[in-house]
Design a protein around this ligand. Structure first.
Ligand SMILES: [Zn+2]
Length: 131
């Protein structure tokens, strides 16, 4: 999950493609991922919940992660909240699918206002570095 976010942030489309579950690779080409990643500046990732798959023997090849991601796209700040499903394939965790519960544009704060990402820092000391 974090490695995928890092890959998005650093625009490693091929890695993101490879970490999709096989059944999801058809819908997400390397070119599509690269194009989207090139336009996007990732600001922050917050993980709200991650299932404890090790203690769930009936379900230990599945995991669920709920996160919020903040990113900049075409001059706007976007917030997205998603519940993602991961499966183990070929010995590695892969992204199967996700359900976006919230995706909306935010106003860019003034430099001394509290940052939108929930850090409780001033914007100028937090996500403003990406602007
Ligand atoms: Zn921030």
């Amino acid at each position: 999950m974090r490695s995928r976010y890092t890959a998005y942030a650093t625009k490693q489309a091929e890695y993101i493609y490879l970490t999709y579950a096989h059944s999801s690779q058809n819908e997400n080409s390397v070119d599509d991922i690269a194009q989207w990643a090139a336009q996007t500046t990732w600001l922050k990732l917050i993980v709200h919940y991650a299932s404890d798959h090790k203690n769930d023997l009936a379900n230990n090849d599945h995991a669920q992660v709920e996160f919020s991601a903040f990113y900049q796209l075409q001059g706007k700040i976007w917030q997205m909240r998603e519940k993602s499903n991961f499966v183990i394939e070929d010995g590695a965790w892969r992204y199967l699918d996700g359900e976006v519960s919230n995706s909306n544009a935010l106003n860019k704060p003034k430099r001394n206002e509290v940052c939108f990402c929930g850090s409780e820092k001033k914007f100028k000391q937090c996500c403003s570095k990406a602007f």
